[in-house]
Ligand binder design. Structure first.
Ligand SMILES: [Zn+2]
Length: 270
């Protein structure tokens, strides 16, 4: 039986793939990308957990129950607050080398001090400083891991953040992290869009060459197909044409632009 958790929703996608969902809007209503999807891959001897979530309630007991006797690897897709705050529960985690520093010290979530949501009390009890994992290991582009009958490869995907990674499996899944999903997109300053587009075209190439049909984003709906990547690529390219429609968005110090397709809303760093 799967651990009883009021907070996380757990679903079995495949024999070897579970999805653990957490609603991040519980922390602050400004975050609308519900749910956050954490993925648990089960190889024959090793399991891999992709992200540890918001750190509000224990996630490790759920993971332990699902993995049985397997060894466990824990990866962060990137350092943004909704992905690594459960790290402290695990002795050792991996993140791209560009973001090792970001998750090696207590994570400051004091930007949630004024959240209207009661749940932030859990952060307040820790003085809005969430402790890190004990050991942080670095990932590099091209690193591979054997889980037993499933191999995974790290793809460095800078743009959304400097150390964002995607994960490609030997079974034909691509985990796209926050690099691509349908919903609110958090983008760097406009002059860095070239980097976001370069990453997306790299992923499109991989999908076409390897005939990848299943994309698993870290937010909202899954699985998606390659049109997620092409839709987002076209959308970001088109932002220039929508520039006059931008609004000021205070919470992230960003410009907000609505995509006319309704598939995306962009928050562009100012
Ligand atoms: Zn996220």
């Amino acid at each position: 039986m799967i651990s009883d958790s009021q907070h996380f929703e757990i679903s079995k996608q495949k024999d070897y793939l579970y999805v653990i969902k957490e609603n991040i809007s519980l922390v602050h209503p400004v975050y609308t990308n519900d749910p956050l999807n954490m993925y648990l891959l089960l190889g024959s001897h090793t399991a891999l957990l992709l992200d540890t979530g918001c750190g509000l309630f224990p996630i490790k007991p759920i993971v332990d129950e699902l993995i049985g006797e397997r060894e466990l690897l824990v990866f962060n897709t990137h350092y943004h607050w909704d992905h690594p705050l459960g790290n402290v529960e695990f002795g050792e985690i991996y993140i791209h080398e560009n973001e090792v520093d970001k998750v090696s010290k207590p994570y400051d979530v004091s930007f949630f001090k004024d959240s209207p949501n009661e749940i932030v009390k859990i952060y307040a009890e820790q003085d809005f400083l969430i402790p890190p994992a004990k050991t942080i290991k670095a990932l590099k582009d091209g690193d591979t891991f054997d889980l037993g009958e499933i191999q995974v490869e790290i793809i460095h995907c800078p743009g959304h953040s400097p150390g964002s990674i995607c994960l490609l499996t030997s079974r034909g899944e691509l985990f796209t992290s926050d690099v691509a999903y349908y919903g609110d997109q958090f983008l760097p300053v406009k002059k860095k869009f070239f980097e976001v587009l370069k990453t997306l075209s790299k992923l499109i190439d991989i999908c076409e060459k390897q005939k990848i049909v299943e994309l698993y984003p870290s937010h909202r709906r899954y699985p998606c197909d390659i049109s997620l990547l092409t839709d987002l690529y076209k959308g970001i390219e088109n932002i220039e044409n929508l520039w006059d429609t931008k609004k000021v968005f205070e919470f992230f110090d960003a410009w907000e632009i609505e995509d006319p397709s309704g598939k995306f809303r962009y928050f562009i760093s100012r």
